[in-house]
Ligand binder design. Sequence first.
Ligand code: PLP
Length: 420
Amino acid sequence: MTLLPEELKKDFPLLQRTVRGGRDLVYLDSGATSQKPVRVLDAEREFYERHNAAPHRGAHLLAEEATGRYEDARATIATFIGAVPGELVFTKNATEGINLVAYAMSNAATSGPESERFKVGPGDEIVVSEMEHHANLVPWQQLCQRTGATLRWFGITDEGRLDLEHLDEIINERTRLVALTHQSNVLGTVPPIDLITARARQVGALVLLDGAQSVPHQPVDVAALGVDFLAFSGHKMLGPTGIGVLWARRELLEAMPPFITGGSMIEVVRMEGSTFMPPPQRFEAGVPMTAQAIGLGAACDYLTELGMDRVHAHEEALVAYSLERLGEIPGVRLIGPLSTDARGGAVSFTVDDIHPHDVGQVLDELGVAIRVGHHCAWPICRRFNIPATTRATFYLYNTLADVDALADGVRHAQKFFGTH
Ligand code: PLP
């Protein structure tokens, strides 16, 4: 394996604990949220113990230090995705970043060369896919409802890939924005972003990538991707909860109206009206999530030192092994691509004659934490005609032994319910 996960586990205090009567914890739910290394916990604690103040306000030393650390974190995170700090807006999570863009597209009271692109109305189309997390689906449904625009989507092939047969028809001259997952949280699928982006460029449409499952798990470089927006969450990449990022091309951010308004984002306020700061401050109203941003900066440092190529390769090995181990169990149906090509570390499956919730419960009794349900991507379950799946998701601290524990647990569930 390219990483030494047994060694890395020592950096994560939570992974030292036992569960369910002294069993070792096998944590296979990092797609929902990742565990945090001491480095991140220390960065937050150090901020509160030594520098706590509201950034961008106050004239005292602590305020200066807090501002410096907050902006340093922005620069670190920007570097992590190949961006510059002025293009990076801190949000609560990926969900909020996507909502920010959707809101801008129905409230465009802006000026400048790019502003026309945000005025969506009847006759315009927004394109998503059937494999989106609800966070990258519901905001676009709502945008279409508010503006009279039409929502269109790519389907999913039987193999669990994006169905691109009608690419040129689905993305057409009426398309204003294509909002797509960069890695499915259920199927693991990584869609061919270059093809989609090339077609979107032909018709002048914007492209937003939901990077909630890609940025934590594979090297991501926004310049190389050639997209317009990228949203992701800190808590899925070893960082704290309550911090996320919306990256956008600077010209677009400049053309976008504010989403949440109030303190810290204004230039001049009079009773008759107000003017707003340039981005990114325009989109960061109120006292920001300062310790969380600093924690996320520390997470990026940790990941950078390990190397995202190695993190990705490690997960690829775990996926290959779990596809093999689960695939050899009679009665297990894998949902999603069966090869590791263009695929990340989410492995979903059903077990004949046992409801996923029951599989989850048996695994939990054994100390194996996985997720069951529709994983906030309900249309995928409809597409495959199943009520729910059991899903294992991996990260840098998972071992091949964790995969063995999962496979053994599934066999145990089958024995328990007498199905095999
Ligand atoms: N997009 C994908 C693909 C996800 O997996 C998730 C969370 O699971 C989200 C978006 C939403 O992330 P958050 O809840 O952190 O906003």
